[in-house]
Write a protein that binds this ligand. Structure first.
Ligand SMILES: Cc1cc2nc3c(=O)[nH]c(=O)nc-3n(C[C@H](O)[C@H](O)[C@H](O)COP(=O)(O)O)c2cc1C
Length: 484
C-alpha cells in the first residue's frame, strides 16, 4: 500500500504517508505552556503510528489568544522538548510544530490587516519566525512548518486582498510574496539548510476577490524556489467572509471559506485533491518534485490510497479522522479497516475550537479528553440472531431506517452506498433510527449500521437493506423531453 510507504523529506523520514495536520486542541494553558493533556494528545498520535505529527499552530509572538501554544520565547523550549521526547520515545512518528503569526482582532469585529503593519512591525515578524524555527530545532522537533494559510498574517500578505501598495503590496504577485521570501531567508540563516522546513498555504482562498488556482500554482512555485522542503495545502478559512456575532471575536471558520476549510458531512470525500494535484503537476512541469500534501475528508483508506496511487499528492493530511481514531494507521496496516472509528464530519470539534473550549471528538465516550485506547479484553459487540433487524421504508422522498439496540453500544454508525459504489459513513448517532432526506429517484441505495462500544470496539455490519425510489412523474416535463 502506497499509504504505508516511507517518505523522505530532506532527511526527515516519515514511516508512512499519513500526516496529522495541525489541529488546535485548546489543551494548552492560557499562557501558552505545554500541559500534560496536550502532550498526551500528541503522544496518542505517536502510539497510533501516524507518519508525521504536526503540532497545532503555536504563536511566535505575545498576543492574547486564549489557550494557544507559544514558541515566542526560549523559556518555552524545555516544555516543548519534553513533549517531543515523549513522542520520539513512543514510536518512529516524526513531529514538527506549526508556527504562526496572527494579527489583532476584537469583539467589535474590528481587525488589523496587513496594510496597518509598519515596516518595523514586518521586520519584527520576520525575525520572530526565524527565532521560532530555531527554537523548534533546539526543542528536538524533526523540522518545522510555517503557517501561511487561512486568516493569518503570512497568508494575508500572499492574498489578492492585500491592499498594501509598497514593496509588500497586493498589486503585484512579487509584492505579495516578498514577506514569505524574507521569512525563509531568516529561517535558513538561523537553522541552516539541513533542517526540514515545510509550509502550509491555500490552494484556493474561496473568498470573493481572493486567490484562486491561477495564483496559487505560482505561489507554490515560488515556495519551491525558496527551498521549502514540503508543501501542505489547505483551502479557505478566511476572515473576509466570517460571520460576526455581536460581542464575539469573529471566527475565520464560520463563513463559506471556513466551511470549505473544514468541510462538513454534506461535502464529498477528498474534495480538494484535484486542486492539489493541479499544483503538483505544475511544479513537476517546472522541475520541482518536492512532497505535497492534501487534506480535506481523506479519512477513507481507499480514497486516500487512490490519491497517492494516482500521483495527485505525496502524503495525506487527516485531521478530524485521526482525532476520531488515532489508531487509523495501525488498523489500516493490520487490514482492519472495518474497525476504524469513522469520522462523520459532524464538526463538533470545529465548534469547540471556535468557542475556545477543549477540542474533543463527539464519537469518544462522553467526558473523555483523549481518544479511548483499544481494550483487547472489551467484550465484542454482537447484533444477535437478527443481525440488527435493520429495516428501511420510503416516506415522502425520505428513507427511514430503524434497527435493534445492542447491549454495550454507545453509538451507531450509518453507512450508505449509492448504485453499488463506494461505501460512505453518513452519520453517527446514539439513537436507533435515522432518516435520509438526500436520496434521488432512480438510484439504488444500500445501507448498513455498525454498533460501537466505549472501548473502541466495533460490531460487524448489521444486515444490509436496499431501497430504490422511483423517479417521480412530471408529465409535462417528460413529454417535452421525449419530443425535444
Ligand atoms: C478543531 C480544528 C482545529 C484546526 N486547527 C488548525 C491549525 O491550527 N492549523 C491549520 O493549519 N489547520 C487547522 N485545522 C484544519 C485542519 O488541519 C484540516 O486542514 C481540516 O480540518 C481539513 O482536514 P480533515 O477533513 O482531515 O479534517 C483545524 C481543523 C479543526 C477541525
Amino acid at each position: 500500500m502506497k499509504l504505508l510507504e516511507p517518505l523522505d523529506i530532506n532527511g526527515m523520514v516519515l514511516p508512512n504517508r499519513v500526516m496529522a495536520p495541525a489541529m488546535v486542541t485548546r489543551l494548552a494553558d492560557e499562557e501558552g505552556w505545554v500541559t500534560q493533556e496536550i502532550s498526551d494528545r500528541y503522544v496518542r498520535y505517536a502510539e497510533g503510528g501516524v507518519g508525521l505529527i504536526v503540532v497545532e499552530a503555536m504563536a511566535i509572538h505575545h498576543s492574547n489568544s486564549g489557550p494557544l501554544l507559544r514558541i515566542s520565547d526560549d523559556k518555552f523550549v524545555p516544555g516543548l522538548a519534553d513533549m517531543v521526547r515523549r513522542i520520539h520515545d513512543t514510536s518512529d512518528s516524526m513531529v514538527v510544530p506549526q508556527i504562526i503569526h496572527f494579527m489583532k482582532i476584537s469583539k467589535s469585529g474590528w481587525r488589523q490587516t496587513v496594510d496597518m503593519l509598519s515596516d518595523e512591525d514586518i521586520e519584527a515578524i520576520i525575525g520572530q519566525f526565524g527565532d521560532a524555527v530555531r527554537r523548534a530545532r533546539e526543542a528536538g522537533f524533526d523540522g518545522a512548518e510555517i503557517h501561511s494559510a487561512h486568516a493569518y498574517t503570512l497568508a494575508s500578505f500572499m492574498s489578492r486582498r492585500n491592499t498594501r501598495t509598497d514593496r509588500y503590496g497586493g498589486d503585484s504577485l512579487e509584492g505579495r510574496l516578498h514577506v514569505i521570501g524574507r521569512v525563509m531567508e531568516d529561517v535558513r540563516r538561523k537553522v541552516g539548510r539541513d533542517f526540514p522546513v515545510g509550509v502550509r498555504f491555500l490552494a484556493d482562498e474561496f473568498i470573493k476577490g481572493g486567490n484562486t488556482a491561477s495564483d496559487t500554482k505560482l505561489i507554490a512555485l515560488r515556495l519551491a524556489q525558496l527551498g521549502f522542503d514540503y508543501l501542505s495545502l489547505s483551502v479557505g478559512g478566511k476572515l473576509e467572509d466570517a460571520e460576526h456575532i455581536p460581542g464575539q471575536v469573529p471566527h475565520p471558520y464560520t463563513g463559506y471559506s471556513g466551511e470549505r476549510c473544514m468541510p462538513g458531512s454534506l461535502f464529498p470525500p477528498g474534495l480538494h485533491v484535484d486542486l492539489v494535484s493541479d499544483i503538483k503537476a505544475f511544479l513537476m512541469e517546472k522541475g520541482y518534485d518536492l512532497p505535497v500534501a492534501a487534506a480535506g475528508k481523506l479519512s477513507t483508506p481507499a480514497v486516500a490510497e487512490k490519491a497517492l496511487v494516482d500521483g495527485k499528492c505525496d502524503f495525506i493530511g487527516i485531521a478530524r479522522g485521526l482525532l476520531a481514531d488515532p489508531d487509523w494507521v495501525k488498523k489500516v496496516r493490520a487490514g482492519r479497516d472495518d474497525q476504524l472509528i469513522a469520522c462523520d464530519y459532524c464538526n463538533v470539534c470545529k465548534a469547540l475550537d471556535g468557542a475556545h473550549k477543549k477540542v474533543v471528538c463527539f464519537l469518544w465516550p462522553k467526558g473523555e479528553i483523549q481518544a479511548p485506547m483499544i481494550d483487547p479484553n472489551a467484550g465484542a459487540l454482537s447484533w444477535g440472531e437478527g443481525r440488527g433487524g435493520l429495516t428501511v421504508t420510503l416516506d415522502g422522498g425520505k428513507a427511514k431506517l430503524r434497527w435493534d439496540k445492542v447491549e454495550g453500544a454507545v453509538r451507531y454508525e450509518v453507512y450508505r452506498a449509492d448504485d453499488d459504489g463506494a461505501v460512505q459513513i453518513e452519520d453517527a448517532l446514539k439513537i436507533t433510527n435515522w432518516t435520509d432526506g438526500n436520496i434521488l429517484g432512480g438510484i439504488r441505495y444500500h445501507y448498513y449500521v455498525r454498533a460501537c462500544g466505549a472501548s473502541g470496539q466495533v460490531s460487524p455490519p448489521s444486515n444490509s437493506v436496499v431501497i430504490e425510489p422511483a423517479i417521480p412523474v412530471y408529465q409535462a416535463a417528460r413529454e417535452y423531453s421525449q419530443t425535444a
